[in-house]
Write a protein that binds this ligand. Sequence first.
Ligand SMILES: [Zn+2]
Length: 80
Amino acid sequence: MPLDWSGFTWKCDVCKRERPDAQISVHTVDISAAYHAPPGSSQCNLKYCNDTPECRRTACSAATLRDCLDIMNGNVPASA
Ligand SMILES: [Zn+2]
């Protein structure tokens, strides 16, 4: 039987709300540089509400491991 993801919920890494699968998208950040590894060898996946502009903007603004950790820890600058 194929996996049915429609009933799953995911936690948005930005607002920490539990959302249905259809409302969650993923922004992938290449964090290899933080480990001095070749590009593409290490990635960070930030989940965000694709129907909430603020979550989308914050998640998609992440470009480094530091950004990912800040967002996951809730240390998002108010101006982000
Ligand atoms: Zn969110």
